[in-house]
Design a protein around this ligand. Structure first.
Ligand SMILES: [Zn+2]
Length: 225
């Protein structure tokens, strides 16, 4: 009877042990996988830390990189300044072709009122007022390239100074002072103040003076010293 009674108890005990073993093994596997997950997490943390460091380095490199461009940009204005200086050098020899008051400024972007035309028009030169027949002088050394009677601006003389720069004198009293092909010196008399410009005939006697760079009218005020 005892044996018979013991046998079921032993079976239960064995079953309990087996169950315990299964649970123990299962828990070990679970813990291992958790540990490996933790390892992976720690690896990820390291990777993230490394990435952050890399990003920091990249950022620092990005911050460092622009510094040479700062040097290059500081050198650019110098080059621009040199260009401006060169331009000034080439124009410092220009002198006022006529002493007098500027009665109309250069204005190619904003139209200004023309009493003669009774409308607002652009003005591609400056008007210097002076009594009729006051001597008009060459602004610089050069060659007279054109002498003609312009439909709008009357008696006109053009002088080429090289480097694509041409001075243009209009509303003159006569074209007989110099001729095409003449080599003129700075300050040499080329004509006199008149009222021959149809477009400015209602305005007091004056010289309509233009400076052209490569055929484009520019402000003579910037070129006269
Ligand atoms: Zn004018």
């Amino acid at each position: 009877m005892r044996l018979n009674n013991k046998k079921p108890n032993d079976r239960v005990a064995v079953a309990l042990v087996l169950c315990f073993c299964v649970v123990a093994i299962a828990s070990i596997f679970t813990m291992r996988s958790n540990f490996s997950q933790l390892d992976l997490d720690s690896d990820d943390n390291i990777n993230i830390a490394q990435k952050e460091d890399q990003q920091k380095e990249d950022f620092e490199q990005n911050v460092v990189n622009p510094i040479p461009t700062v040097d290059s940009t500081t050198s650019k204005p110098d080059a621009a300044d040199d260009q401006v200086k060169d331009d000034r050098k080439s124009t410092t020899s220009f002198k006022v072709p006529l002493e007098g008051q500027i009665s109309k400024q250069f204005s190619v972007e904003v139209p200004i009122y023309s009493p003669t035309l009774d409308q607002y028009v652009v003005h591609t030169g400056i008007d210097i007022q002076a009594p009729a027949d006051t001597q008009v002088l060459a602004a610089g050394d050069g060659t007279v390239t054109k002498v003609y009677n312009d439909d709008k601006y009357g008696f006109t003389i053009e002088i080429s100074h090289g480097d694509g720069i041409v001075t243009k004198y209009s509303n003159l009293s006569t074209t007989k002072m110099v001729e095409e092909g003449d080599v003129v010196k700075k300050g040499q008399t080329i004509s006199g103040v008149g009222s021959s410009a149809l477009f400015e005939s209602l305005e007091a006697p004056h010289l309509h003076f233009e400076v052209l760079k490569d055929g484009v009218a520019i402000d003579p005020s910037d070129y006269i010293r």
